[in-house]
Ligand binder design. Sequence first.
Ligand SMILES: CC(C)(COP(=O)(O)OP(=O)(O)OC[C@H]1O[C@@H](n2cnc3c(N)ncnc32)[C@H](O)[C@@H]1OP(=O)(O)O)[C@@H](O)C(=O)NCCC(=O)NCCS
Length: 211
Amino acid sequence: MTERPRGFALMAEDVRAAKDRDPAAPSSFVIWVSYQGVHAVWYHRIAHRWWLRGHRSAARLLSQFARRWTGIEIHPGAQLGRRVFIDHGMGVVIGETAVVGDDVLMFNNINLGGTSMSHGKRHPTVGDRVVIGAGARILGPVYVGSDSRIGANAVVVKDVPNGATAVGIPAKVRENPKPTEVHTAASCVDEGDSHVHEHEQAVHEPAMYYI
Ligand SMILES: CC(C)(COP(=O)(O)OP(=O)(O)OC[C@H]1O[C@@H](n2cnc3c(N)ncnc32)[C@H](O)[C@@H]1OP(=O)(O)O)[C@@H](O)C(=O)NCCC(=O)NCCS
């Protein structure tokens, strides 16, 4: 098992993840200094550490400061995996008992929210390599399986199996998703069009890299 990098190595890993997944990123430097989705994850790591050490007010204050600065609210109790990338980011809210796996890609206006006021686990658990489309709401202590995709504006209130694509309100798993997506409309959002880019070669990797 490889050891988890720390400090700058961990930050560099985040920047690389952002560079890999954002075709609009001009350079790693721009990501380091200006990508608020990346900065929000960095603030969260500090706040989460404070939270675990029992400095709960300080942790909450830091997360609220980060929210003002980035437009992204991540409760300090939430658990985020490695290389989580929040693209665009504005309006993302991640609740206290949410768990997010490694290599998850999220866009703006996403809620990983609760549906009850009770204490205890009340927010979603998201597996590894999940893509969560812009505006999606994932509500309650549901499980979103690894390698699944949640469509833009979906409202997920039930578990989503591994590898599934769920869309709509309430979100339903699509029966016959494409086996491999290459340069679909979703992939072209950052390039400002919705056409297949024929000059680009087909690459068979998880769909997250194309969105
Ligand atoms: C869910 C998603 C991953 C599916 O991508 P895909 O497999 O290429 O899907 P397609 O575009 O081929 O659409 C397949 C079907 O699902 C429907 N569909 C796709 N996305 C949908 C969505 N978000 N909500 C509802 N229906 C959706 C399509 O209308 C189509 O329906 P049909 O079979 O009845 O014609 C993608 O549509 C999506 O929502 N990605 C998120 C992208 C995003 O948030 N970008 C923001 C960047 S800022």
